[in-house]
Design a protein around this ligand. Structure first.
Ligand code: SF4
Length: 405
């Protein structure tokens, strides 16, 4: 947080501005703002926006948000726990995908105390399909910390919230402003896009100095006492109107002050770095059955991806020609050998920049005995639903329900 009475957020500093783009050329002779003292995010000696423009943006945006905001379940609740869960789920995930997960999560863990008391396997199982499982683990660990250190109540200040696992500057700002009415900013992907276009900021927003400057601009725009609504309005505008492709400038409440719109530069802003190239991967999985049970393996606790989750034995291969030898090798570490097999299913699956072609085989005849103390287990297919599994593995498990294995 900025210290009271210092920096561009207070007193003279707030209205004495250096200007971004031509919106406020009249203010360019004003003295530069005093340097802020402290903040929850990196601070630069950045330009801020003239008071009249800020007021215009605030009024227009709040009016628009009142009329156009989506009816989302977490917006109906002022419960800080509900706000926190929704904000973590919404990271990297589209609103429409989150709705159902959020509903199910709140039924399973309606309060922070119940989440803290749940087992990690149960938490992962409720999260499965949403991806980025570290978010679920962090929510769980953070809930336990809040119970142990804060008496079960989420702290209110961003710097306190950021001590909890999985809560960075964005989530801290969201929880503090929406749930606790603190006048603090949020900068997520939608806000980055809107601000870069609004002020025609054409350097890379993922790096300093612009990355830090955007936080200061976002803070300078906040309508005092209404930061929660204002922050959500800015994000909602980015999600519904100022979209990555073909922004609907004619419907935008900010079009009269928008530099990208005036300069016809909406297509080239924000100046994001090129996305990482897609990597194609082929993954081979084996479903081994014995006495109406299927073989699943638990991933190590320290695995880089999907730690502690369950899966069918599987391995990535570089070429199709490696498939037969890979299948034969897959069960060997568990003390089993595949005698016969048949193709079960194949499908494509995307995880971040990876495009994975999954080929699953049914091992119809196996020999040997499962090594004791291996991380594998024979389970009844009906019990697979109880185990947390990564999305591709769950897809295979669901296919088993319809197969005659
Ligand atoms: S006018 Fe267009 S580019 Fe500017 S903020 Fe609105 S939608 Fe985005």
């Amino acid at each position: 947080m900025r210290a009271p009475g210092s920096g561009p957020g207070c007193g003279q500093g707030r209205d004495a501005v250096r200007l971004i783009g031509p919106i406020g050329t009249t203010a360019s002779k004003q003295p530069p703002p005093a340097r802020p003292v402290t903040a929850n995010y990196p601070v630069t000696n950045s330009p801020v926006v003239p008071l009249a423009t800020r007021r215009q943006i605030g009024r227009a945006l709040l009016r628009w948000y009142k009329e156009h905001q989506r009816d989302l379940p977490w917006r109906k609740s002022g419960d800080p726990y509900a706000v926190w869960v929704s904000e973590i789920m919404l990271q990297q995930t589209r609103v429409e995908s989150v709705r159902e997960y959020y509903r199910r999560w709140m039924l399973a863990f309606p309060s922070l105390d119940l989440l803290a008391a749940a087992s990690e396997q149960d938490v992962l199982r409720r999260w499965q399909g949403l991806g980025y499982y570290s978010r679920a683990r962090n929510l769980h660990r953070a809930a336990q910390m809040v119970v142990a250190e804060w008496g079960g109540k989420l702290p209110k200040l961003p710097k306190e919230l950021q001590r909890l696992p999985g809560i960075g500057p964005y989530s801290a700002g969201a929880i503090a402003s929406i749930a606790f009415r603190q006048d603090v900013p949020i900068v997520d992907g939608n806000v980055v896009r809107v601000l870069c276009r609004l002020f025609a900021l054409d350097t890379d927003p993922t790096r300093a100095p612009l990355k830090n400057t955007l936080w200061e601009i976002a803070e300078s725009l906040i309508v005092k006492g209404q930061a929660g609504a204002f922050n959500q309005a800015l994000m909602e505008l980015g999600a519904l109107v100022c979209t990555p492709q073909k922004p609907r400038c004619s419907d935008c409440p900010l079009s009269r002050v928008c530099e990208a719109h005036r300069l016809n530069r909406t297509a080239s802003l924000p100046a994001l770095p090129k996305a990482a190239a897609v990597t194609r991967v082929r993954n081979i999985a084996v479903v081994a059955t014995r006495r109406s049970r299927v073989l699943v393996v638990q991933r190590p606790q320290d695995a880089r991806r999907w730690p502690s989750m369950w899966e069918f034995p599987n391995m990535d291969v570089l070429t199709k020609t490696q498939i037969p030898s890979t299948i034969n090798k897959l069960l060997a570490p568990l003390g089993l050998e595949i005698q016969d097999r048949k193709a079960l299913m194949s499908f494509h699956h995307a995880v971040t920049r990876y495009r994975i072609e999954v080929e699953a085989f049914a091992a119809t005849k196996i020999s040997g005995k499962l090594r004791p103390r291996s991380a594998a287990r024979w389970v009844h297919p009906d019990d697979l639903e109880e185990l947390p599994m990564p999305a591709a593995q769950r897809r295979i498990a669901r296919a088993l329900e319809k197969s005659d294995l």
